[in-house]
Ligand binder design. Sequence first.
Ligand code: SF4
Length: 183
Amino acid sequence: MGKVEKIHGVETINGEGFQLTVLDKVIGAARANSMWPLPFATSCCGIEYMATMGSNYDVARFGMERMSFSPRQADLLIVAGTISKKLAPVLKQVYEQMAEPKWVLSVGACACSGGIFDTYSVLQGIDRVIPVDVYVPGCPPRPEQIIEGMMNIHRMVKNESLRRRYSDEYKHLLNKYHLNEDE
Ligand code: SF4
């Protein structure tokens, strides 16, 4: 019998001349450790995100230092800041331009719920227009909280089944946001 070991968080069974593991887990680990974030930063939370990118916190250790300002080469949308209703269709378009699989991190009270701006012009949470995977509370959240949010995204990515994006549940989620062009 082989020996059970964990390599980069992926459980494997190793023996002489063979190594067994689950494909979902290997792909999940590869995706989680090479995420390309697209920062959609509009206000103060964006500045906090810039601090998270700096040398003190160093997101390069998670393989996330390569910012993508093109949605087509990004797999994590980080929304940090106040989103006005006028900007909401732009955010939705950016999300639609990202290829699957993609994830969304909502940073700060404004992105999560409109924050203190309970006004006619501010979107009361980005989940009114796009699905959100992880919410980071705070006004603004500290870089440690943003990193915790990223780590939660990594956990989701590592454990996501390869079949999830083809499931009825996922199609239903996209339909709710009118994001599924096939239906
Ligand atoms: S949550 Fe607070 S810090 Fe963040 S964008 Fe809104 S007002 Fe600014």
